[in-house]
Design a protein around this ligand. Structure first.
Ligand SMILES: Nc1ncnc2c1ncn2[C@@H]1O[C@H](COP(=O)(O)OP(=O)(O)OP(=O)(O)O)[C@@H](O)[C@H]1O
Ligand SMILES: O=c1[nH]c(=O)c2[nH+]cn([C@@H]3O[C@H](COP(=O)(O)O)[C@@H](O)[C@H]3O)c2[nH]1
Ligand SMILES: NC(=O)CC[C@H](N)C(=O)O
Ligand SMILES: [Mg+2]
Length: 524
């Protein structure tokens, strides 16, 4: 364990939708944390050596039989514990208090009266009330409530529906909150989390972009020694940040392979080469594999089959390139912490859908490359901050995600070169206008889709019988669910006119107004 990991919070996950948010909040406070299933065993907890423990919320009711409990070691280690919602309730039940089903459920906004004397909430308030209590605007999501306190505890916050909405045992440094400090609707939430990790758990602010970079560089150097490392560079956020980090750590030992599969956006290849090869001095091998990919895709229209073919062809190309270079023993990947959490969830059979398209997609046996994954512990927002710190251009770091199969899944059905050309041009106009109207950063992802149907139009008194372009723009936090972006009509009008006027072969533009669910973000 090295320095930036010295102060560390353990988050035990009872299945709340917000558990990842707790981790992000703790990280934002500059403290390293890890998220583990609630039934993490005693040995693992001891080995982790937490400075403090947070118990998350969860969908179950502690007053029912066979519901999750924290390992009793959590309350015996002598470190501070913060229970949130279900975490509060299980702590109450495990330490001798009682929890019942509340007559009034509380979902959404609530106002909590905070009693001023607790270490956790002292001087934290949104409004001062007449009788000297602090008032907090918080977000609640519960149907159960604490009815009697466990021995040693006092009340530190209350609402009309949950008179014991915050409890504390200051001696043992155990705290419980019925509301969710990790969601942004709880306005003082970040301060409460910071109070807990800094003042109560005594963690320093060690987890900062600077320190993370310095630490990763040392780790990478120790790991790979003088070997060469191969990285598939897509120009997307994750692989770009990995490239910048590895370049700083091992310089010339890093070799990037950028594959132009003919399914990239307009000018993408040149942009990647300009940023990395020219400006940053990174070794980038640009492989022109358009013909190979399009050839493999010929005659194939089933989306799943297309994905598989594209994935396999990528691996084939990497493999060929790796074999051309001596002493490559490592393959770098842009795996980030949510990928790790989601894969663990999938393995233990506890919750969460994993997107099978998330990883580079299986490595060929005979490459025998070992993995370097320097972003494994980071959330996307941390990855972005590090990218900026490493000097990557903001347009690259804040760009929308672009799927590995690229335009291959945005040209519906069979993929033809000339359709890819049409789509590239339409997509470029859409994105260019979004940036011009300052809307790009307000949507999470936006792109054009090529529909292989023809519709009749009239251009300059002539009949046109040409293709349809669909525009898609969504707002989402985690890409698991999404809302279609309500872009202004005038804006859509402008984009439509530019596409029909400037892109040959397009006679009509439509806007996709399907959410996820029931739609997915991509059309295939
Ligand atoms: N055209 C490409 N050339 C080389 N490697 C690629 C290419 N496209 C994808 N990859 C590899 O596949 C990985 C997964 O792609 P994915 O789109 O999930 O991540 P990303 O492109 O790094 O980031 P983002 O999610 O922001 O697009 C990339 O990190 C990269 O290593
Ligand atoms: O790297 C990737 N390889 C893929 O095969 C792939 N398919 C979808 N996506 C991206 O994942 C997010 C959710 O997309 P869907 O709602 O379409 O499943 C969106 O951000 C999609 O762009 C992919 N990314
Ligand atoms: N959000 C939660 O953790 C809810 C806890 C518990 N299921 C309740 O309804 O009170
Ligand atoms: Mg990508």
């Amino acid at each position: 364990m090295n320095n930036i990991h010295a102060d560390r919070i353990l988050i035990l996950d009872f299945g709340s939708q917000y558990t990842q948010l707790i981790a992000r909040r703790v990280r934002e406070a500059g403290v390293y944390c890890e998220l583990h299933p609630y039934d993490m065993n005693a040995t693992a907890i001891r080995e982790f050596a937490p400075s403090g423990i947070i118990l998350s919320g969860g969908p179950q009711s502690v007053h029912e039989t066979d519901t999750p409990r924290a390992n009793s070691l959590v309350f015996e280690l002598g470190v501070p514990v913060l229970g949130i919602c279900y975490g509060l309730q299980t702590m109450t039940a495990q330490l001798g208090g009682t929890v019942i089903s509340a007559t009034h459920r509380e979902y959404g906004y609530a106002q909590v009266r905070a009693r001023g004397h607790s270490r956790l909430l002292r001087n934290i308030e949104d409004h001062a009330s007449v009788d000297g209590f602090g008032l907090l605007d918080v977000w609640m999501s519960h149907g159960d409530r604490v009815e009697t306190l466990p021995p040693g505890f006092i009340v530190i916050a209350e609402t009309p529906n949950a008179p014991l909405a915050g409890i504390a045992d200051e001696m043992r440094r155990f705290y419980g909150l019925q509301f969710h400090p990790e969601v942004t609707h709880t306005r003082q939430g970040q301060r409460i989390i910071e109070r807990f990790v800094h003042e109560i758990c005594c963690c320093g602010r060690l987890w900062t972009p600077d320190n993370i970079i310095a630490d990763s560089i040392n780790t990478i150097r120790a790991q790979v020694g003088n070997d060469k490392v191969l990285l598939g560079l897509s120009g997307g956020v994750d692989s770009s940040v990995v490239a910048a980090l590895l370049h700083r750590a091992i310089g010339e030992q890093l070799i990037c392979v950028f594959v132009d599969n003919g399914l990239l956006r307009l000018g993408e290849g040149d942009q990647v080469m300009a940023t990395f090869a020219r400006h940053m001095g990174v070794t980038v091998i640009r492989v022109d594999a358009e013909a190979l990919f399009l050839d493999r895709l010929q005659g194939v229209s089933d989306p799943e089959q297309k994905r598989k073919i594209i994935g396999n062809t990528f691996i084939e190309v990497f493999d060929i390139e790796a074999n051309k270079i001596n002493a490559v023993n490592w393959l770098a990947q842009g795996t980030i912490y949510p990928d790790v959490i989601e894969s663990a969830g999938a393995k233990s059979g506890k919750a969460k859908v994993i997107k099978s398209h998330h990883n580079v997609g299986g490595l060929p046996e005979h490459m025998r490359l070992k993995l370097v994954e320097p972003l494994r512990e980071l959330f996307k927002d941390e990855v972005r901050r590090i990218g900026i710190e490493l000097g990557l251009p903001a347009e690259m770091v804040y760009r929308h995600p672009f799927p590995g199969p690229g335009l291959g899944v945005r040209i519906l059905g069979e993929v033809h070169r000339e359709d890819a050309e049409t789509l590239r041009r339409a997509d470029y106009i859409f994105i260019e206008e979004l940036r011009r109207a300052d809307l790009y950063d307000q949507v999470s992802q936006a792109f054009a889709v090529f529909l292989p149907v023809r519709s009749v139009g009239v251009v300059g008194d002539n009949r046109q019988y040409a293709h349809v372009i669909a525009l898609r723009a969504v707002e989402t936090i985690d890409f698991m669910t999404a809302r279609w972006a309500h872009l202004p009509y005038e804006f859509l009008d402008l984009v439509c006119r530019r596409i029909v006027n400037e892109v040959p072969g397009v006679s009509r533009v439509v806007y996709d107004i399907t959410g996820k669910p029931p739609g997915t973000i991509e059309w295939e």
